[in-house]
Design a protein. Structure first.
Length: 127
């Protein structure tokens, strides 16, 4: 029996999903636009989102341009990465568990913000 493949590198799809969910969160936050101090809060949320995505993206770009070996996570399919193991400094997780653990908080924030923005728009247009 072939042992499971193990890596400590995230698949590029996970990074793309984090960026996409951050953009969704920022767009949902703009659903509260209406003037006053809300504009300042939206500017801070937008800046925070750009920083949260921009800094790791820049670090990854620098790492990609200066690495000596190719990463195996980029070569394998996302399905194979999910089926393998992901090594953290504390323990070894399945790829599926690692992806869920990483994506669940930002997904909950993004979809929760969408729900709040929809409710806010419905209530504000009914008054």
């Amino acid at each position: 029996m072939d042992p499971k493949h193990s890596t400590d590198l995230l698949h590029p799809f996970v990074y793309r999903a984090i960026v996409a969910l951050t953009v969704v969160f920022i767009l949902a936050a703009w659903g509260f636009a209406g003037g006053g101090y809300v504009s300042w809060v939206l500017a801070v949320v937008t800046l925070f989102g750009v920083i949260v995505v921009g800094i790791p993206l820049e670090i990854w770009r620098i790492w990609r341009n200066h690495r000596t070996t190719t990463g195996d996570a980029a070569q394998e399919s996302f399905h194979d990465w999910l089926a393998g193991d992901f090594d953290t400094w504390q323990e070894r997780l399945s790829g599926m568990d690692a992806a869920i653990t990483l994506l669940l908080p930002i997904a909950a924030a993004a979809f929760g913000a969408i729900a709040f923005a929809i409710v806010f728009q419905v209530i504000s247009h009914n008054h």
